[in-house]
Design a protein around this ligand. Structure first.
Ligand code: SF4
Ligand code: SF4
Length: 103
């Protein structure tokens, strides 16, 4: 078996450090299961009623198949940059919700 060179990281380990966020809009989802069926890594699974859920986000490679295949625009994959994740954490900590519109 080939070993990785010291100091190098595979794509998967990099994604595992900074996995994307998957949003499932349950009001739009009809539970057809296409997203989970097309997910090549098993990051998505279906519950007992057939609706998708994120089973293991660390398995997600951000390939986008689930989003592309959903006929109802009910699932989105958002790649998380380190900066974006940091900002999300800041917003959670401070409760910041943006500024009110003028007037
Ligand atoms: S982006 Fe790809 S790997 Fe991630 S949940 Fe969707 S289909 Fe699965
Ligand atoms: S493909 Fe879309 S509508 Fe079908 S189960 Fe997945 S999220 Fe729901």
């Amino acid at each position: 078996m080939a070993e990785a060179k010291p100091g190098t990281k595979s794509k998967k380990s990099k994604d595992a450090e900074n996995p994307p966020t998957i949003d499932i809009y349950k009001r739009w989802c009809k539970g057809c299961g296409l997203c989970a069926s097309f997910c090549p890594t098993g990051a998505l699974a279906r519950d007992e009623a057939g609706y998708p859920y994120v089973k293991d986000i660390s398995q997600c490679t951000n390939c986008g198949w689930c989003e592309i295949r959903c006929p109802d625009f009910a699932i989105t994959v958002r790649k998380q940059s380190k900066e974006g994740r940091k900002k999300d954490e800041e917003i959670k900590e401070t409760g910041e919700k943006g500024t009110a519109p003028p007037g």
